[in-house]
Design a protein around this ligand. Sequence first.
Ligand SMILES: [Zn+2]
Length: 415
Amino acid sequence: MINIKTIYIAALLLGNVAVAQNKTGFKGQGPIRGVSTVSRPVLRQWKGIFLQKGDDVYFSNDFEGGRLNGMLKVNDTLYTALISPENVPINGSPWYAFKVWAAKEKNITISLTYLQGRHRYPAKISRDGLSWSSLETAGAKKYFELDSVPQNYEFKLKVGKDTTWVAAQELFTSKHVSGWVAELNHQPNTTALQIGTSTLGKPLTVLKIGNPASKKRILIYGRQHPPEVTGHYAMTAFVQTLISDAKLSKKFLKEYLVYIVPLMNPDGVDEGNWRHNTGGVDLNRDWDAFNQPESSAVRDFLKKEISDQGNKLVFAIDFHSTYDDIYYRVDPKLKSDNPDLISSWLRKTQEQIPGYVPNVKSLYSGGPTYTAFSYLFKQYGAESLVYEIGDKTPRDFIKHKGEVSANLLMDLLLK
Ligand SMILES: [Zn+2]
């Protein structure tokens, strides 16, 4: 157990880091443009063990979330891995994940070569696929100066008989998420239901937690984009706080019904995709045309639960990851039902986390709703936003901010 004092000191230190990050001026993404979301072919990986003749170092991508497209032994200690996306054009989130072992212990260098785009994620390693450490010290690189980052990325690794897992971020596949859902499903007033299937036949799951008789509903969802594991950490911290034994959480769940869609893109996650689903599409551009099964399933579910029954979707939050923590919101100039909610929430978050300054950007000002958060605002009048966590944001801080944010939101929604 970490004691409270440690958490407080960590929050202070990390808060200062966050201020420093904001000063580096992360601007977030530019205006969202519409793109076709009609299905396109994806290149599925060859799966198996990569072993070169006469060698005794083995690489495997044969597991959920794996991504390794080719391997070349350059000399006795240097191996070049090819990492390619599922299709193009694609956002620069070059996910990779593979296992490596050798007959005899030895030190090797692995060079990652990307078929498209630039290096983004410093390697994480694990001995069991569950607990991970980063090969790069946090903050060692300035990650906003993208042009200065090399396209090849090399790191040294000691390999031996025991398997080493190497991945862009910690592995959280549909299997891990199902385990988390099953645990939550033991809670009182909780139901897990399948609302559809992905193209590869994986279940799309919604958890309903709270008071089913309440007219007031909120939606928590995430992982439209496969590599965005830090967003997943934030989502779980947020949800665990909502369902805690604290008085505030109990009161909240008596007054609200909460929907949670923890994994919007199970195919993309399990296939080790960089960005897309099996339809080769960025799901977070499909909330106008609804060409894909995942976005359509959530749209249809909400119609049945909200519009058809005269309920109100009060609030919706979409968890993602990017280069640095940022919130994308609806332009406050647009008329909304509860106009001060998000501003008050972010102001209180800043007050509660010493030194932390939320970076906030308006990303929807009207017109077609390509993204989920803008669709939920336009369709339901929900206070709706995107909660982005940095790729390298310290995991303790993600958890702390998720807990603080959830408590403040419950407090505001009960007023
Ligand atoms: Zn994303």
